[in-house]
Design a protein around this ligand. Sequence first.
Ligand SMILES: Cc1cc2nc3c(=O)[nH]c(=O)nc-3n(C[C@H](O)[C@H](O)[C@H](O)COP(=O)(O)O)c2cc1C
Length: 229
Amino acid sequence: MPGLFSPLPVKHFTLRNRIVLPPMASDTADDSGRVTEAHIRHYVQRAAAGVGMVIVEHCYVRRDGRYNPRQLGIHDDSVIPGLAQLARAVKAYDAVVGVQIAHAGGRASSKTIGGQPVAPSEGVLSPGGSEPARALTLADLDALEEAYVAAARRAVEAGFDFVELHGAHCFLLCEFLSPLANRRMDAMGAAWRTACAFPCAWYKRCGVYFQRRSCCCIGCRAATSCQVA
Ligand SMILES: Cc1cc2nc3c(=O)[nH]c(=O)nc-3n(C[C@H](O)[C@H](O)[C@H](O)COP(=O)(O)O)c2cc1C
């Protein structure tokens, strides 16, 4: 039986062991969401210590999805060089490296994003949320899907081995999956099956993007529990 220290082949890469560093926000980005020396130090230390797979902390795909002023961003091409430096530095220690892409949805605050937060449904307060979010229209969702695909493209360009969609912790994708937060009556809500439609559509779109590039693959961290007020 394979043990913790046995290699694991996954698509185009092989993990040297089954030890994974999960995404953990360090909140050490600069004002523009760019990688700093603190990130390089932090992740390189873990790779050098022998971790097989590093998942870089959640990065916002668009400015209105920023959770924290020091959060890493993957929202703009200007962040690619920093992310590429980080991916290269981790890979130099033979670890596989991915990046988690996220939108904070109703957990964002107007103080951080400079506008009203957005969520699947109006008038639902997410954990930690202190202000009512605006419900996303179907046209908004199309634009957001594009933002996710653009973020995935940046991850590929930066040289990451994979991308993880953040569908947990009551961030936007998780809000869609939760019947408490998603009270929509259209094709993106109403019932469990349709509530999954939106995250699944994104997953597929990003997945199609990766299929065309053998260098990268995609995963999703998903949860459906979302306490709301
Ligand atoms: C400081 C801190 C930051 C975290 N940031 C993220 C994050 O960016 N994305 C994410 O999916 N989970 C995040 N988590 C959750 C962790 O990935 C992990 O699931 C959690 O610490 C539980 O770990 P365990 O399953 O080993 O007990 C964070 C946790 C901590 C403590």
